[in-house]
Design a protein around this ligand. Structure first.
Ligand SMILES: Nc1nc2c(ncn2[C@@H]2O[C@H](COP(=O)(O)OP(=O)(O)OP(=O)(O)O)[C@@H](O)[C@H]2O)c(=O)[nH]1
Ligand SMILES: [Mg+2]
Length: 452
């Protein structure tokens, strides 16, 4: 390495001239060289863990757990973002249940003003609310958040999502603003519409309203959501069929905590953030220092439209962590509602596991959302969606083994596939599993580099 860069401070006195253009350019070169060498060494020692899987399988939740365990938890900014996101998703989730109940011809008690005037009143409040006016969209994620929001909650968005999954992404905010689910009041009577207008005229969250009234509006709305959730049998029936439409996976958690979320001074807890959902766009990179090793964890957005960006991060991966939402065997994709989520995951795994890119890369699979799997397997028979399944319909272990064997049979190489059953929202169990996984990756990496 260059002697100039490492020359002692007294070198000027020894006859060297720091102003000499040759010496200073030599010094700069040496510094760059040193830096490159350091980066090379760092890169070589760094473990690159790539999180892959279909949309909503739980990749970012796994990353959040790493953040909790090895990064000192979440920043204030993240807490503020999720505070907005969970509140808006809670409101929209209740609207979705009302709208979908009508589509599925489930009788809602809240639709009967004579027999159930209280429920009827609460339903009107929920349908009249405009969730976007109830949050600070900048804190929620700015224009990215708004675009995602409209794509998710626009009534006409199903076709657009399918286009998105195969083609261009564009902003729908202008064209769709008034068909968002909040305006599903158009299914209701004129009388109801008038009420809606009156309710909205004060523009909740807008500058015309003082803090106290704003809080009051939020409390009223939260109480209505809670009341409908706890008292309308139709809403519960609709919820139990939520595999037939798109509903936030954490909707139940949102409803149960809705009074907290409605407080204007509320700040999202760790659990709220783990339960909350912000779709990943592109690929994020986070560095961790685990057991004296540097880990770079890459989290890729899993929806179809995101996957064409994946190829950019396939180079130099130490290990792929593939996440499967095992509870979603009876659900269809958000981006294409004709395709079963488990079928999509199997196809994706086939492509990745057997691709040349990862011919020598270890794979770990997380069979995630086992909490939901346990809860639903008895009432939603696996055989209905996977006729080859021969086990008993309410046997959790047999069901999981069946899906594990499907994924294992896809692997056409000799390398082993490591499998874990996970509930990514549960910090205690994830601590144990993630420690085992990072240990395994470190051992594998040492073996590969010939140091073990
Ligand atoms: N009940 C339950 N919910 C989970 C589990 N893992 C993740 N979730 C929830 O599933 C939703 C989606 O999780 P994400 O981690 O955002 O999914 P993702 O794979 O990163 O999705 P993309 O970014 O679209 O690729 C969130 O609301 C999570 O809280 C789990 O094990 N159990
Ligand atoms: Mg994600």
């Amino acid at each position: 390495m260059g002697c100039v860069a490492s020359a002692p401070e007294s070198s000027v006195n020894q006859g060297y001239n720091e102003q000499d253009p040759f010496l200073s350019s030599q010094k700069a070169n040496d510094l760059i060289e040193q830096q490159l060498m350091m980066n090379y060494k760092k890169e070589k020692n760094q473990i690159k863990l790539l999180l892959l899987g279909t949309g909503e399988s739980g990749k970012s939740t796994v990353l959040k757990q790493l953040q909790v365990l090895h990064h000192g938890g979440f920043s204030h900014q993240e807490r503020m973002q999720y505070t907005q996101v969970i509140w808006v998703d809670a409101i929209q989730s209740m609207k979705i249940l009302i709208v979908q109940a009508r589509r599925l011809r489930i009788e809602l008690q809240c639709d009967d003003p004579i027999k159930h005037p209280e429920l009827f009143k609460h339903k009107k409040i929920v349908l009249a609310s405009k969730a976007l006016d109830m949050i600070d969209a900048n804190k929620a994620g700015g224009s990215d958040f708004i675009n995602e929001y409209v794509l998710k909650y626009s009534e006409r968005s199903e076709k657009k999502r399918t286009i998105n999954s195969t083609g261009k992404i564009q902003s729908y905010i202008d064209s769709d603003e008034d068909d968002e689910l909040s305006n599903n009041a158009k299914h209701d009577t004129d009388d109801e519409k008038q009420n809606n207008n009156a309710y909205m005229s004060s523009k909740i969250g807008g500058s015309t309203m003082d803090q106290e009234s704003y809080q009051q509006q939020r409390t009223t709305l939260a109480r209505s959501i809670k009341f409908l959730w706890e008292n309308d049998i139709g809403i519960q029936q609709c919820f139990s069929r939520s595999n037939e439409f798109q509903l936030e996976g954490s909707a139940e958690y949102y409803f149960e905590n809705i009074m907290n979320f409605s407080r204007i001074d509320y700040l999202a807890t760790d659990m709220d953030i783990l339960k909350g959902r912000v779709k990943t766009s592109g690929i994020t990179e986070t560095n961790f220092h685990i057991n004296n090793r540097e880990f770079k964890v890459l989290d890729a957005g899993g929806q179809r439209s995101e996957r064409r960006k994946w190829i950019h991060c396939f180079e130099g991966i130490t290990c792929v962590l593939f996440v499967v939402a095992v509870s979603e065997y009876d659900q269809n994709l958000f981006e294409d509602e004709k395709v079963n989520r488990m079928h999509e995951s199997l196809l994706l795994f086939d492509k990745l596991c057997n691709s040349q890119w990862f011919a020598n890369t270890p794979f770990i699979i997380f069979f995630n959302k086992i909490d939901k799997f346990q809860e639903k397997v008895g009432r939603s028979p696996i055989r209905k969606y996977f006729p080859e399944y021969k086990g008993p319909s309410n046997d959790v272990d047999q069901g999981l083994k069946y899906f594990e064997s499907l994924f294992a049979s896809i692997n056409r190489s000799n390398r082993p596939i490591y499998m874990h059953r996970t509930c990514a929202t549960d910090t205690q169990s994830m601590k144990f599993i993630l420690n085992a996984v990072t240990d395994l990756i470190i051992q594998q990496n040492l073996k590969k580099s010939g140091l073990f």
